[in-house]
Design a protein around this ligand. Structure first.
Ligand code: DAV
Length: 377
């Protein structure tokens, strides 16, 4: 018997990939949300021709919060209709300033996107170190839930990855000043606004494929972070592979770029092809890469304060290998996924875009049926 065979599959926490039949999930909340502050790891910009105007600070307007919460509640209802147990984060006041020995930041962000903070790998919950100051304490809204699982089942493992200092030295400020030509020239260096010294990653840069996890180098994940995850998981036979998308000059989170939908099928971003040679890992194991169609909105049409791209269109959530939830306006994507044999469920979610995420970002899967399998390489 291998180590993997001995891992429990009936554990209250158990999820090995992005697509097996979903049983339990946390859905984010916009309660208490603030605008993301300007800090060394993030320079938020308005959209739609208002780029030069100052970015607001402090709490988001109530009607914006209410709209997102209504859509998040719609997702909760849909999941419950499909017999998925849903839990919600505890309310937190994100308007509090943070002061640490190494940094300070005027306010925090929100609990709309648990995907960025937490990842389930088999029966283990890993809290990501995070990469931005305003998100340093973003694990707190989920702690009651995580502690509950940990108490409920002795097979649950719970790990908090090392917290980085977030000192000025951790960041590369000149990144923000590089002109586009310079970025193109440097695109194969994979150096962004964070340096390589400290361990840091956001959980949403990783994507689970059974006993293999892929994770992209980005503005929110550095090579030390990937190495930490690799060493942490290797004893259990879980392989961690770094992946790269050189044409994405501001990469952050893999779930608008490379999205597995079921064994053998990955939705890819036509404007962000995977680094030459890295496709081999998937193609050699018989996976098909299918480009997503152009999104229904242009980048300029995205909500004025949204810091994510139009590719939130492909941030879909799988209920099972046969059923996927998409934003209701993404008609071309619905057609593509239907042609691939998936049942497509749709809900309104553009109000959540304001907070930088769509259906995958705004959720964290705690339990899916199935167990670890070798699906790559
Ligand atoms: O393509 O803009 C968005 C990721 C959101 N968590 C993108 C990445």
């Amino acid at each position: 018997m291998t180590l993997l065979d001995s891992m429990p599959t009936d554990c209250v926490v158990s999820a090995w990939n992005e697509w097996d039949r979903l049983r339990e999930m946390v859905v984010g909340t916009a309660v208490g949300a603030n605008y993301e502050p300007t800090e060394p790891g993030s320079r938020p910009q308005r959209r739609g021709g208002r780029e030069g105007n100052p970015f607001p600070t402090g709490p988001k307007p109530q009607h914006v919060i209410d709209q997102a919460n209504e859509e998040l509640q719609g997702l909760v209802q849909l999941l419950q209709d499909w017999d998925v147990v849903v839990r919600r984060p505890s309310p937190v006041d994100f308007s509090t300033q943070l002061v640490s020995p190494d940094f300070s930041v005027e306010n925090q962000y929100c609990a709309v996107c648990p995907r960025d903070v937490l990842i389930t790998v088999g029966s283990e919950i890993i809290e990501a170190p995070m990469s931005r100051r305003a998100r340093f304490f973003e694990y707190l809204p989920y702690r009651d839930i995580v502690r509950g699982y940990w108490k409920q089942d002795q097979n649950v493992r719970w790990t908090a990855a090392p917290k980085p200092s977030m000192h000025d030295r951790m960041y590369r400020q000149e990144f923000w000043e590089w002109p586009l030509v310079e970025r193109h020239k440097r695109m194969h260096d994979f150096e962004f606004c964070v340096t390589q010294e400290e361990v840091l990653f956001d959980a949403a840069d990783a994507s689970r494929f059974g006993n293999d996890i892929i994770i992209q180098e980005s503005m929110t994940t550095n090579r030390a972070g990937i190495e930490w995850l690799r060493r942490h998981l290797q004893d259990r036979g879980i392989r961690v592979h770094a992946v790269h998308f050189p044409l994405d000059l501001f990469p952050s989170h893999i779930d608008c770029t490379f999205v597995p939908l079921r064994p053998g099928l990955i939705l890819t971003n036509p404007e962000r092809p995977i680094l030459e040679g890295e496709d081999k890992l998937f193609l050699d194991s018989g996976w098909k890469l299918v480009d997503a169609p152009q999104p229904s909105l242009t980048n300029d049409q995205m909500p004025e304060f949204c810091q994510s791209s139009k590719w939130l269109s492909m941030n879909v959530l799988s209920l099972s290998p046969d059923v996927v939830i998409c934003e209701e306006n993404e008609h071309e994507l619905h057609e593509l996924l239907s042609r691939e044999g998936l049942e497509v469920l749709t809900i309104p979610f553009r109000g959540v875009y304001e907070f930088g995420g769509s259906l995958h970002c705004a959720t964290w899967d705690v339990r899916r049926e199935g167990k670890g399998e070798d699906l790559l390489g």
